[in-house]
Design a protein around this ligand. Structure first.
Ligand code: DAH
Length: 339
């Protein structure tokens, strides 16, 4: 029997040399070491031997099984290595071939958002992403919009269940969080996506982008506000842009202003874009209401600040002459490819 085992070993080792692919190797392994494989069958006979025979034959059988198992393993590694070497020499990538795949382009909102961020980073502002799900408290109460105030109706809200129960209707919902979590002086811009339950038309969408901006420090006044808006707009349009302010109402600011800027396309003379007026209505701003500062954990007798918010979609529409807001959310590549 020992003879038989050794013959099998010699045969297997010799046959292994002739195998060149993995599936043949697996098949041969089953034939020898599988459940009813040749070596397994021999090992099953061991139980019919006397205890002394079993000891000697068993020892040799186990050795053979180990040798054969190792040989199969080594063979498998060799076959894999050969395969890799073969592929490396036959499959070559020509790095100089130009890529045929078409590249996408950045969305115009992203492009202008980055420009806005750039001008503010240069002025030393931090950038925070606005939350899209927020709470009734942050979206309304913390920015001085009382429970019964009609301003809550001004922004038809998508309500959710749970702690974060509001889809942000305005990036102003970040003001409180930032005041509470950052040390003064605070200089931050907060771009984000906001949602309102509105009928969709060429100038309204239920999902759009805003940029919020807050500055909180000692002795902050309207002149800082004016300078910062002018700097941002002049940067974006690549020429000096003037602004004018009209009184406006928002519960988070006192005084509140609506801001127009001089039409950069006709330099204030009057054109199609500014509808002949020479001015473009653009954003809302003001000095942060003392209640909002207090709710942010700061003393309004010491700290003051200003805030503004504007619709990024609208800025992009003016910048690129896009006539309809609905293009932004549509997947039409003819539109997207232009940027
Ligand atoms: N959150 C306002 C809106 O979405 C816009 C706004 C007005 C933001 C005045 C401000 C502000 O920061 O001071 O309609």
């Amino acid at each position: 029997m020992i003879q038989q085992i050794q013959t099998l070993q010699v045969e297997v080792l010799a046959h292994l040399q002739t195998i060149t692919n993995e599936s043949a190797l697996i098949e041969y392994r089953n034939q020898i070491l599988g459940k009813s494989g040749e070596l397994t069958t021999i090992l099953k006979w061991l139980k019919d031997l006397t205890p002394e025979e079993r000891w000697t034959v068993g020892k040799s059988a186990n050795e053979t099984r180990d040798i054969i198992t190792d040989a199969f393993e080594a063979e498998r590694t060799r076959i894999k290595k050969d395969l890799i070497a073969q592929r490396l020499s036959s499959e070559q990538e020509d790095m100089t071939v130009p890529l045929l795949r078409e590249h996408g382009s950045l969305h115009p909102i992203t492009l202008v958002q980055r420009e806005v961020e750039d001008t503010f980073v240069r002025m030393g502002f931090d950038i925070y992403d606005a939350m899209e799900m927020t709470s009734e408290y942050l979206n309304f109460d913390a920015v001085n919009v009382p429970k019964t105030h009609p301003a809550r109706d001004m922004q038809d809200t998508f309500w959710l269940e749970g702690k974060w129960n509001v889809l942000a209707t305005q990036t102003s919902c970040m003001q409180n969080l930032i005041m509470r979590n950052k040390n003064t002086p605070i200089r931050a811009i907060i771009p984000g996506r906001v949602f309102r339950n509105e009928d969709v038309d060429a100038t309204h969408d239920n999902t759009f982008y805003q940029v919020e901006w807050i500055v909180v420090d000692k002795w902050i006044g309207v002149s800082h506000l004016k300078f910062t808006i002018e700097t941002m707009l002049s940067d974006i349009f690549g020429k000096k842009v003037d602004i004018r302010m009209r009184p406006g109402y928002f519960p988070f600011v006192e005084p509140g202003v609506e801001v127009d800027f001089s039409c950069p396309f006709c330099d204030g003379v009057g054109c199609k874009i500014c509808k002949g007026s020479g001015w473009i209505e653009f954003m809302w701003a003001g000095l942060i209401h003392p209640n909002v500062i207090r709710e942010g954990g700061l003393d309004p007798d010491i700290y003051s600040g200003f805030a503004f918010g504007f619709g990024l979609n609208r800025l992009v529409m003016i910048r690129y002459g896009i006539p309809d807001m609905r293009y932004f959310m549509s997947p039409d590549v003819r539109f997207l490819k232009q940027f």
